[in-house]
Design a protein around this ligand. Structure first.
Ligand SMILES: [Fe+2]
Ligand SMILES: [Fe+2]
Length: 191
């Protein structure tokens, strides 16, 4: 796969379909994911591509998001049915496959599951989950250099715990998948 070409096409699509602030967030996630990937000996181009793509459906209508996400064959859980926009990651993975011919399963999984995480998420998926939550324009300021000294799964565990606290503080509901994700991370970081 020609990553540079795909990254160019998806960046253009993101610029055209997102508000300025969400496009800027997407660029920051892409850059943060690429830097973290390089730090953890993962492919930085895949990190950048998944990062720039992760929110491409976030500002689409509920109907369009629902119709795209429905094609991935998974059920929507209760909180996704209540708030369709929570399916924007799954919708983006379908769009990447259909419109941009992305066939890298780890990239697709990382994009599909960036909001809630899930058990057995790949290392690339952990990177995108983390980068989305810690990129420098987020309101919570993290010391990115200090974070990158942690083993990858410990880093992900720390960010999931922070994310759960943040979502609670905002009075929003958390998906059970995030708790399953945390249980899995606790299990594998002991190994
Ligand atoms: Fe998102
Ligand atoms: Fe995001």
């Amino acid at each position: 796969m020609d990553f540079d070409k795909k990254i160019g096409e998806i960046t253009d699509f993101a610029r055209e379909n997102l508000s300025e602030s969400r496009f800027s967030h997407s660029l920051w996630v892409a850059g943060t994911a690429a830097a973290f990937c390089a730090n953890y000996n993962l492919n930085a181009s895949r990190g950048f591509l998944a990062g720039i793509a992760h929110d491409i459906c976030k500002e689409m209508s509920d109907e369009r998001i629902w119709n795209l996400a429905a094609k991935d064959g998974s059920e929507a859980d209760e909180i996704e049915r209540e708030k369709i926009s929570l399916l924007h990651g799954r919708a983006a993975a379908v769009l990447l496959k259909e419109r941009f011919a992305i066939d890298d399963e780890e990239v697709l999984e990382a994009v599909a599951h960036h909001t809630f995480g899930k058990p057995d998420l790949s290392d690339l998926g952990l990177m995108i989950f983390v980068a989305d939550k810690v990129e420098p324009t987020r309101e919570r300021k993290n010391d990115l250099r200090a974070l990158q000294k942690l083993p990858l799964r410990e880093l992900a565990r720390k960010i999931v715990l922070e994310n759960i606290a943040y979502v609670k503080f905002k009075g929003k509901k958390m998906s059970n998948r995030t708790f399953d994700f945390l249980d899995w991370l606790e299990e594998v970081s002991k190994q």
